[in-house]
Design a protein around this ligand. Structure first.
Ligand SMILES: [Zn+2]
Length: 228
C-alpha cells in the first residue's frame, strides 16, 4: 500500500533517544520546516497506544505529559508518542498551523468547509501535519489514540469504546462527557474509519500541569491501554 511504503521511508532513526529503549523517528516536517517526530517506547509486541501531546499550538500542556511518557519503558505496551504535531503553531502561539488551518478540522470524515477559528482548510488533508498524523495512525492502527487538548477540563468522548474512555477519566480525574462528533476532527475520523480502535480527546485544565498531575495522566494512559 502506497501510504505504508511512504511512511516507512520517513522512519529515519534520529540521534539522542529519550530513553535507552526509545526510538525516535522523523515523520516529516511542518510547513515551516520544523521536524515532527514520533518516539516509540516499551514492547513492540505489546498493545499499541498512540499519544499526541499537542495539535493546537496554543494548547501545550500535553507536551509535558508526552515528554514524561518518552522516558518510560512500559511493560506490555507498544507506546508511540508524538509530542507536538503542530510545531509551527506552538512557535507562533496559535491554535492553527502556519497556513491558519485548524488541523483538527482538516480530517476527512464529515469534513465541511469552515472559516475563522475553526478554519478547515480548502479540502480534507490539505495540511501536511494532518497528513502526517493520518499516515501514522493508518500505519500503526493503534488500540487507543489519545489527543491532549486544553482547556475544557474533561474527557471528550465521541464514538470510541466507552469502557476505555471512562477508565481514562476515572484515573486521570478528568470528568467524562459524551460529546458530538466534530466535523473533520481527528477523533471523529479515527472512530469511524478504523475498526477495533478508540480515539478520544483529553481536555486538560488551563496552564501547565504540575508534576503530580503529569504522573496522574501518565497512569491514566496506561490504565486506558489496559482497559477491556
Ligand atoms: Zn484543542
Amino acid at each position: 500500500m502506497k501510504t505504508l511504503a511512504l511512511i516507512g521511508s520517513f522512519f529515519v532513526l534520529c540521534a539522542m533517544p529519550a530513553s535507552a529503549s526509545a526510538h525516535t523517528k522523523l515523520l516529516g516536517r511542518s510547513w515551516q520546516g520544523r521536524p515532527i517526530v514520533a518516539v516509540e517506547v516499551g514492547d513492540p509486541t505489546g498493545t499499541r497506544v498512540l499519544v499526541f501531546g499537542s495539535i493546537h499550538g496554543n494548547e501545550t500542556g500535553g507536551i509535558a505529559i508526552a515528554r514524561a511518557l518518552e522516558r518510560l519503558t512500559p511493560h506490555g505496551l507498544d507506546l508511540w508518542i508524538v509530542p507536538d504535531l503542530n510545531p509551527d503553531g506552538v512557535a507562533a502561539g496559535t491554535r492553527q498551523n502556519a497556513h491558519g488551518v485548524d488541523l483538527n478540522r482538516n480530517f476527512s470524515f464529515r469534513w465541511r468547509r469552515m472559516d475563522g477559528v475553526y478554519e478547515s482548510g480548502p479540502r480534507p488533508f490539505s495540511e501536511r501535519e494532518a497528513r502526517i498524523a493520518h499516515s501514522l495512525i493508518l500505519h500503526l492502527h493503534p488500540h487507543v489514540t489519545i489527543w491532549f487538548h486544553q482547556h475544557l477540563d474533561m474527557v471528550w468522548a465521541s464514538g470510541g469504546d466507552r469502557r476505555i474512555e471512562k477508565e481514562f477519566a476515572r484515573v486521570s480525574g478528568l470528568p467524562y462527557h459524551p460529546m458530538p462528533q466534530l466535523a473533520g476532527s481527528s477523533v471523529t475520523w479515527q472512530n469511524n474509519t478504523l475498526h477495533d480502535s478508540t480515539a478520544f480527546a483529553a481536555e486538560l485544565p488551563a496552564g501547565q500541569p504540575a508534576p503530580a498531575a503529569v504522573a496522574r495522566y501518565v497512569r491514566a494512559v496506561f490504565a486506558a491501554a489496559k482497559a477491556p
